[in-house]
Write a new protein. Structure first.
Length: 89
């Protein structure tokens, strides 16, 4: 295994990770931002008001994007195993 192959594998790993987690992270970020704006406007500083909606939004995001995320991860893993087979030959 050369240094270029290791760098390419690491690059693909990071790109796949960012692509897979981005939808759920963005949904959680948007919900958190909306809750923060609501809290600033109403001056309600209840701790559960911040956590519960974010957890619900994360669960909904995982339900919506879960199958797509699984397909992306399976494709990456399949490609990784094919690369490992190529390297070991």
């Amino acid at each position: 295994m050369t240094l270029d192959m290791a760098v390419n594998l690491t690059d693909a790993m990071f790109k796949t990770t960012i692509i897979v987690v981005a939808p759920v992270i963005l949904i959680t970020f948007i919900v958190g931002l909306l809750i923060s704006i609501f809290q600033a406007a109403t001056q309600i500083n209840e701790m559960t008001l911040t956590f519960v909606p974010k957890i619900v939004a994360t669960a909904i995001g995982l339900i919506i994007f879960g199958s797509w995320m699984t397909v992306k991860l399976v494709d990456y893993t399949r490609g990784l195993f094919e690369t490992i087979l190529t390297i070991t030959r």
